[in-house]
Design a protein around this ligand. Structure first.
Ligand SMILES: Nc1ncnc2c1ncn2[C@@H]1O[C@H](COP(=O)(O)OP(=O)(O)OP(=O)(O)O)[C@@H](O)[C@H]1O
Length: 477
């Protein structure tokens, strides 16, 4: 493989030289996109531009994770958490069925328990939630009457889910733990009853608050919540929040205020942090994290779970409904999500109905294989959204027709099939949609992600394949 090209002149943030065999225009831009996406140097073969081997370019950061990995290799969750997380909570963790740590838990927990700020960057469904909750349980003191941990999430749906897991683990201690006061968790989410939350905060502050940023800001402005009392701040789906024009300025303000508090620990989590080295640099510069922040990056060369099989079907726009129907009939999924793109302004102005409703109606009349066809999208009111999600959580077979609102963080482990009725807008969106399946950390069960595309979209899907380093197989129906 030759020649060797140094990428440092073109891309100052990349510190490694790149082994690269064929410096053509397309090859080089592909290479750049890999580097920008992952900040890694890649080794390329002469015959193909697919990466053969990748290495991280921040040895000091990976070393911390490697040391933790070495120490935690064969340990159970209990052993990793012993002496840090109270015994009654550890028992609860085991009762729920969490005995063996996932990779991100194995590597991150020792770092988190050491008090360092941390960026949890690991595949979808890899167990980041439990990792940061265990940190929170290790630092809070239930005898203190103050909010001690804050988890900020981008959507109400994710907030409800995180609250549910936190409450399940923080269940009231048994009689043997009589001296333990139970830990309370408040969900401070858009669409909630803020008046009731105000009274609750005044009367008896909860130990943990899970919040969306707008509701949180209201409480901070009214001085009903004080950042000074918080020991841990978690920002979940951090890249999404920084990309959201509605959330970014409040988030920046929150991080800046929190950074001026005395004793604090900050954790960011996501399966996708594009240009993560740049993000790390910004965090330190802005003092949102301390200088020794650790980037725990799990499985960087496989940003999506390996149990996913990616497929695509090519058809014309008019044939998409029929193609989806044929796919459903041949796959017969017990539970799945069909992702539909946002309706364009042009289509709205033309008086067309929402494509999601159209698809739900079509499936209800044509597809008999599944017991429930449900809808989840931004435009629904909060109660209908909650009703849809609580129905799917009750189990049984269902097909959820959803926009990207269901793509972030939502954990429905029974889902085995994802269909992209419309292609996602970016590779990162593809990753999060795909990540709604394959969510059983220790299972080998194969799950499918199928994209229905028009011929001219093949190029776009190919780009996602290159960026996310996966292979998509064509299906012929
Ligand atoms: N140690 C464990 N043992 C068994 N199951 C686990 C363990 N940790 C987490 N899980 C399960 O794995 C699933 C995914 O966990 P979680 O929702 O935390 O993923 P995530 O990393 O936050 O994913 P995303 O990036 O999509 O939000 C959940 O159903 C959770 O109950």
């Amino acid at each position: 493989m030759a020649p060797i090209i140094s990428a440092t002149q073109q891309l100052p943030q990349v510190s490694h030289a790149v082994l690269y065999s064929k410096p053509t225009r397309t090859g080089f831009s592909l290479l750049q996109s890999h580097i920008l996406y992952s900040n890694r140097a890649l080794f390329y073969s002469r015959s193909s531009f697919r990466p053969l081997k990748a290495i991280l370019n921040s040895p000091s950061l990976t070393k911390v994770a490697d040391d933790a990995k070495e120490k935690g290799e064969a340990l159970t969750l209990r052993e990793i958490c012993l002496g840090r997380v109270p015994e009654h909570l550890l028992r609860r963790v085991e009762e729920v069925g969490y005995a063996v740590p996932t990779d991100v838990q194995k590597q991150a927990l020792p770092v988190l328990f050491s008090g360092r700020d941390c960026i949890l960057h690991a595949q979808t469904g890899s167990g980041k939630t439990l990792a940061y909750l265990l940190l929170i349980f290790s630092v809070i003191n239930t005898q203190r009457s103050a909010v001690q941990a804050l988890i900020v999430v981008p959507t109400r749906e994710l907030g409800i889910q995180v609250t549910k897991v936190a409450r399940m683990l923080a269940a009231t201690p048994t009689e043997n733990d009589a001296e333990q006061k139970s830990c309370t968790v408040m969900a401070l989410l858009d669409g909630g009853m803020l008046r009731r939350h105000k009274s609750w905060l005044k009367a008896e502050p909860p130990t943990i608050v899970v919040a969306t940023i707008a509701s949180l800001c209201q409480m901070l402005e009214k001085h009903l919540l004080k950042l000074e009392s918080m020991q841990v701040l978690v920002i979940d789906e951090v890249d999404f929040m920084f990309n959201s024009s509605k959330q970014v300025s409040s988030l920046r303000k929150l991080l800046t205020s929190y950074s001026s508090c005395n004793s604090h620990q900050t954790v960011f989590a996501s399966a996708s942090i594009p240009q993560h080295n740049r993000f790390l640099y910004d965090c330190i510069q802005q003092k949102w994290t301390k200088r020794d922040v650790v980037h725990v990056h799990i499985n960087p060369i496989e940003p999506m779970p390996t149990c996913l099989q990616h497929r695509f079907v090519i058809c014309s726009k008019k044939q998409r409904h029929q193609t989806l129907l044929s796919l459903l009939q041949s796959d017969a999924p017990k539970s799945g999500i069909i992702f539909v793109g946002e309706q364009s302004e042009k289509s709205k102005k033309a008086g067309n109905g929402p494509p999601t409703i159209d698809l739900v109606d079509f499936l209800k009349t044509s597809y008999g294989g599944c017991s429930e066809i449900l809808l989840l999208e931004e435009d629904m009111n909060f109660n209908s959204r909650a009703a849809s999600l609580s129905e799917v959580r009750q189990g049984g077979g269902y097909l959820l027709v959803a926009t990207d609102i269901a793509a972030r963080g939502v954990d429905l482990p029974e889902i085995t099939h994802i269909y992209n009725f419309d292609l996602p807008r970016t590779a990162v969106d593809y990753l999060h949609r795909a990540g709604r399946t394959g969510r059983k950390p220790f299972s080998d069960e194969k799950c499918n992600v199928t994209s229905i595309i028009m011929p001219e979209e093949r190029f776009v899907l190919q780009r996602y394949e290159n960026e996310l380093m996966f292979n998509c197989e064509e299906l012929f129906l």
